[in-house]
Design a protein around this ligand. Structure first.
Ligand code: FAD
Length: 381
């Protein structure tokens, strides 16, 4: 086996495979050798991705369900909202891995290696990777292996987690409306945190119920599961079977992951700060970031120049600061946001695509006191 590659991608999950997929589609990379290393075979359905989109992108073929209405519920505002021109779309993890890999294996310049990465070392003109079985080097390395200890061990940027357990349930009788996804239901007891239920019905008898928190500390598994049970009871859903479960813990932080980039190595995916700090959404950002990374690689050599800090980074920083200090304010903040703004403005804002005027409209609609405190604390604290 060859030991040097033009590009090595560490981690063949969402960001690694999306980047490889975009490279495979672009003739610029046809003459480059590309290796994807992952310790897992990526055959399991380990996650369900949802995201909103107004135009189809590269993974349209594997969208397994789409909703054109989302439900939002909170003490200050509740409604079912039509989201045209957007659709809220779902892709299953196993469909994604199979689809991307089926395409990538048709390319002779792209290879896979199923080994665990043990270390990554920057040298002046290449990056050396040690796996549990061999030593390899890459001209450019894209690293999607998240090291949560980096986040835990710093205090400059607050670190919240989006953590959840989800049950895929099936009922005997038709109960659900498969056209309406409940985006956030804050009517569940908040217990001093930012807690909500996320419900994705895929047929009249099947739905995912995910009990989700944006907070500092994880709960015992039983607490998430009891909350789902209570919620189902409250909705009078008593006869059901649990077909599958999923669990997640997604970092929410404005930590500057990009400071770990070197000339020849860039962190990507959640490990590169591509997770939206204020929401945990990563899928859409990964589609966008990989597209701009492809353009970047054709022009620039030094990977430290790729990441740019924008005003959206500041908005995320402030929201995470507020939720970190006053975790119970999640329901009123998101409630006021949805009450006072059309969803297309909110989606654009969360996609970092709004104009400054639209951003002011959103910021103005939120409970101001805590945000003003957060600004002062960042400026003078
Ligand atoms: C259950 C769940 C549901 C989610 N739902 C959504 C959603 O609906 N919408 C959304 O936008 N985001 C969602 N996310 C967040 C985010 O999109 C995912 O976490 C996404 O997979 C992050 O992509 P990534 O490439 O950064 O990491 P991953 O997809 O996790 O890829 C990292 C890869 O690195 C590999 N790896 C790790 N350590 C090593 C090692 N030492 N050696 C070799 N390989 C290694 C892993 O096997 C993995 O394949 C969800 C996350 C989870 C966990």
């Amino acid at each position: 086996m060859q030991t040097h590659y033009d590009y090595i991608i560490l981690g063949g999950g969402l960001s690694g495979l999306t980047l490889a997929y975009r490279m495979a589609q672009d003739p610029f990379f046809d003459t480059k050798s590309i290796l994807i290393i992952d310790q897992s075979a990526k055959k399991e359905n380990d996650r369900t991705w949802c995201f909103w989109e107004s135009q189809p992108d590269i993974f349209e073929e594997i969208v397994s369900h789409r909703w054109s209405t989302i439900g939002f519920k909170s003490p200050v505002f509740s409604d079912d909202i039509a989201i045209q021109p957007y659709q809220y779309k779902k892709i299953e993890g196993d469909d994604f891995y199979a689809f991307a890999k089926a395409y990538l294996v048709t390319k002779t310049h792209i290879s896979f290696l199923q080994e665990a990465v043990l270390s990554v070392e920057n040298q002046s003109d290449q990056v050396v990777i040690v796996t549990d079985q061999k030593k390899l080097s890459g001209g450019k390395v894209f690293n999607s292996i998240l090291n949560s200890e980096i986040l835990e061990s710093q205090s400059q940027h607050q670190y919240l987690k989006q953590h959840f357990i989800g049950w895929f349930i099936k009922t005997e009788t038709p109960i659900f409306d498969p056209d309406v996804a409940t985006f956030m239901d804050f009517t569940v007891p908040q217990n001093g945190n930012c807690r909500f239920m996320y419900v994705l019905p895929t047929s009249t008898t099947q739905a995912l119920f995910e009990y989700t928190l944006f907070s500092k500390d994880l709960l015992e598994d039983t607490e998430y599961e009891n909350a789902i049970e209570d919620y189902l009871k409250e909705k009078d859903i008593l006869q059901y079977s649990i077909e599958r479960k999923e669990q997640g813990n997604i970092p929410m932080s404005s930590y500057r992951f990009d400071k770990h980039a070197s000339k020849n190595m860039l962190h990507i995916g959640s490990a590169g700060g591509w997770t939206k700090a204020s929401t945990g959404f990563t899928f859409k950002h990964t589609l966008k970031k990989t597209a701009s990374l492809i353009d970047f690689l054709k022009k620039e050599q030094d990977l430290r120049l790729f990441s740019k800090r924008t005003r959206f980074w500041w908005y995320d920083l402030l929201l995470v600061d507020v939720l970190y200090r006053k975790n119970h304010l999640g329901a009123p903040i998101f409630g006021e946001m949805f009450k006072n703004n059309p969803t297309d403005r909110i989606f654009k804002f969360l996609d970092d695509e709004t104009t400054f005027k639209q951003e002011l409209q959103i910021i103005w609609s939120l409970p101001k006191k805590e945000f003003i405190k957060a600004v002062f604390s960042r400026l003078f604290g």
